[in-house]
Design a protein around this ligand. Structure first.
Ligand code: IYR
Length: 224
């Protein structure tokens, strides 16, 4: 192995325990107000907010630091319509039976259906692709590692950054998503993971009560 360069681990602030507790609490209070939104306003959002949130997502831990993701930011009316049309026809088949009874029953309290007007109304659709091959540098076609995990973490950080900037999101996963390569002009080594719909909620947006019920700590964790 060649020796590699290192830097001191110095950027993490050394809070007191009390500060850490207060900060953890404040972050929880802020993030627990995040809600999936299914009714967006067409109000524009500055591109710079999206760019900076994408830079934040791009700092996510990932396999071999190959950063195996691509974020296609769709803002043109024409592309948004193409995505809506294709997604709605996939979703129609899903809701008309492809999903199966158990899945449709699980979704009933969310009130979702195959009508997805927000795919055209929201100012941005960020189509998130995982790169099966790539590497760190442009033009490389190396094997990438832990692509799904890396993309999942980056997406979580993107949602968190956008929420912190006061924007609502919706994770949308039409199935299958192959059509997104063509609409977003992405190569075959990339696979769409999801569409993140981004914008401001409409004045009349609502949330299903079902979605507000979160498992308590003793159900989501154990201490060994
Ligand atoms: N992709 C569909 C269905 C859907 C599936 C799950 I699991 C959800 O939590 C919500 C929706 C849709 O977008 O309607």
């Amino acid at each position: 192995m060649k020796p590699h360069d290192t830097l001191p681990y110095s950027e993490l602030p050394d809070y007191s325990d009390d500060e850490r507790i207060a900060r953890a609490q404040a972050f929880y209070e802020a993030i627990k107000t995040r809600r999936t939104c299914r009714d967006f306003a067409d109000t524009p959002v500055p591109r710079e907010v999206i760019e900076t949130a994408l830079l934040a997502a791009g700092t996510a831990p990932n396999g071999a630091n190959h950063q195996p993701w691509h974020f296609a930011v769709v803002e043109s009316e024409e592309k948004k319509k193409a995505i809506r049309d294709a997604a709605e026809s996939e979703e129609k088949a899903f809701y008309e039976g492809k999903a199966g009874k158990e899945w449709l029953e699980a979704l009933a309290p969310l009130g979702t259906d195959d009508d997805k007007p927000y795919l055209e109304t929201a100012p941005y659709l960020i189509v998130i692709f995982g790169q099966r091959k790539g590497g760190m540098h442009p033009g490389e076609m190396k094997q990438n590692y832990y692509v799904n995990e890396s993309v999942g973490i980056a997406t979580g950080m993107l949602i968190t950054a956008l929420h912190d900037a006061g924007l609502a999101t919706l994770t949308h996963t039409p199935n299958p998503m192959k059509f997104l390569n063509e609409v977003c002009e992405r190569p075959a080594n990339e696979k769409a993971a999801m569409i993140l719909v981004v914008g401001k909620p409409s004045d009349t947006a609502t949330i299903p009560v079902h979605a507000t019920i979160k498992k308590p700590l003793d159900q989501i964790s154990s201490w060994l």
